[in-house]
Design a protein around this ligand. Structure first.
Ligand code: ZN
Length: 506
């Protein structure tokens, strides 16, 4: 790299740092809105957020960035493909092209449309009035197709939309994987339906908020969450957010009559945060200072929430502490009853409340319906009934209304149709694949978890996954870390082992 190239590379990074900082400011405004902002602040906040988003978009699509990328193309070609600089350049190029490929006028039209749709959804869902949403959703479908068309050369029209969340993933890869998963899970749900169930009503006793929060934060800290670089606050819909490399926050929601809700949401968001906190400090304020895809992100939250946080070994260590925190509420509940209660499998209507076994069926139903809508095989008018039929077929439950049926998730009413749901199931699959690799490398991890120690696991994840940030795509990461592309076997083996022990042979 000569001096001129060095100066251009420095300028490119400086320009990107502004995009990164504006994105952090936008996240801060949103975090405040979702935690502490008084209700009357809403109108001004919407204006402020729109301004910051617009400034970030202008910076991200500045033609100067395109010129610098072009000027540095020959330098990039000379780099070893494996180098950090090559990955850095590739990611910036991709982010720039993605941001500029969609015309500004379309972005404005789409943003306004989904903002209106979201507002109608907040009223139509409680009123169980899908018909009111139908014309909005029809337009969303139309705009989603148009959005995909800005990225010609796809094999399936959903591919460009999936690529925005899970770069490199395609319908051709996901569909057969999900179909195998669906069949296996549906057969397990049938088996479990005939098994006796543990009584979970004790989870609905009164558990005071302060103790719930303290217990969750104690585990977050034990997992490795750094409270000098983050904090936890309360919100309605829990999320993790990042303002900068050293300010990665989590939020939770506490229901005093539901012990599991805040606890597992804290463990989940902690997993997301550990990923962001573990990225190499050298990538600070660059395009690499982020998790590589939504699927990989979800794999880290689900790994800590489920593979660790809902395991027997984990609770062998932590249940005495939980019981000491809530001595009256849990006096008559032994470890085994608690363990079975937090792992009870039961088909239900609501995705976000689903257990580990049925959860992916909820996701796959949405993924299939998205594809059928985009392919034109299903109309928006037919969607509610298609939803009910799929729930009956796959989960054996039929939503009595659209409120807890097709209108339950915000995704289709606040963004495009397509690319919204696959990450959740991909995350579960990858979590098991990564975890199996960690156990292969360090079989002592499970015993350590039984002693409330997570250092070996956390260090392995930092070294193999977190520190790389967005350097590798999900596929590259999987191959490097596990020696294989995305594969279902570790996940099926994990579920089968765990739930056979709870419910009998699967
Ligand atoms: Zn998540």
């Amino acid at each position: 790299m000569d001096e001129i190239q060095q100066a251009k590379w420095d300028e490119l990074k400086a320009r990107w740092r502004e995009v990164y900082d504006l994105t952090g400011v936008a996240a801060l405004l949103h975090w405040d809105q979702a935690t502490y902002m008084p209700p009357a602040g809403g109108a001004a906040r919407a204006r402020q957020s729109a301004l910051i988003e617009r400034l970030a978009h202008e910076r991200r699509t500045d033609p100067a960035i395109g010129r610098l990328l072009d000027d540095l193309a020959s330098w990039f070609d000379s780099l070893p493909a494996e180098s950090v600089e090559a990955a850095h350049y590739r990611r910036m190029r991709k982010a720039y092209e993605r941001a500029t490929r969609i015309p500004g006028a379309f972005v404005a039209q789409f943003t306004e449309h989904v903002a209106n749709t979201y507002m109608v959804w907040t009223e139509a869902r409680p009123a169980n009035d899908f018909e009111r949403l139908r014309p909005y959703l029809e337009k969303t479908l139309d705009l989603s197709r148009q959005m995909a068309e800005f990225f010609p050369g796809y094999a399936h029209i959903a591919d460009p939309l999936i690529d925005m969340a899970d770069e490199g993933m395609t319908v051709a890869v996901i569909r057969p994987l999900f179909e195998t998963l669906r069949q296996r899970l549906a057969s397990w749900v049938d088996v479990i339906a005939n098994c006796p169930q543990v009584d979970v009503s004790f989870l609905r006793r009164r558990y005071p908020k302060a103790q719930q929060l303290a217990f969750g934060e104690r585990i977050a800290a034990a997992f490795g969450y750094d409270f000098t670089r983050g904090r936890q606050d309360e919100t309605h819909h829990p999320f993790m957010t990042k303002f900068s490399h050293d300010d990665v926050r989590i939020t939770t929601r506490v229901d005093e009559y539901d012990l599991a809700n805040a606890l597992f949401s804290t463990l989940h968001e902690t997993g997301h945060a550990l990923y962001e906190m573990g990225i190499d400090a050298a990538y600070d304020a660059t395009v690499l200072d982020a998790g590589t895809s939504l699927g990989v992100h979800e794999s880290q939250s689900r790994l800590w929430e489920n593979l660790v946080g809902r395991s027997r070994r984990f609770w062998q260590h932590y249940y005495p502490a939980l019981r000491a925190t809530f001595p009256e509420q849990l006096a008559d509940i032994d470890l085994e009853t608690f363990y079975r209660a937090i792992n009870r499998v039961e088909p239900s209507l609501i995705r976000t409340e689903a257990d580990e076994v049925t959860y992916n069926l909820h996701v796959i139903i949405r993924f299939d319906l998205e594809l059928e809508l985009l392919e034109g095989k299903l109309s928006v008018a037919e969607l509610p009934e298609a939803w009910r039929a799929r729930y009956e077929e796959n989960l054996g439950v039929r939503p009595p209304d659209d409120r807890d049926g097709v209108m339950q998730d915000v995704h289709w009413f606040a963004g495009p149709i397509g690319g919204s749901f696959q990450s959740y199931a991909l995350g579960n699959i990858m979590a098991a694949q990564f975890y199996a690799a960690a156990l292969d490398a360090h079989p002592e991890i499970e015993d350590e978890i039984g002693q409330g120690c997570f250092t070996t696991l956390h260090n392995w994840l930092r070294h193999n996954i977190y520190r790389h940030g967005a350097r590798y795509t999900a596929d590259e990461l999987l191959r490097r870390v596990t020696g294989q592309p995305l594969t279902l076997e570790p996940y099926l083996a994990y579920l089968s082992r765990k739930y056979s022990e709870l419910y009998g042979p699967m």
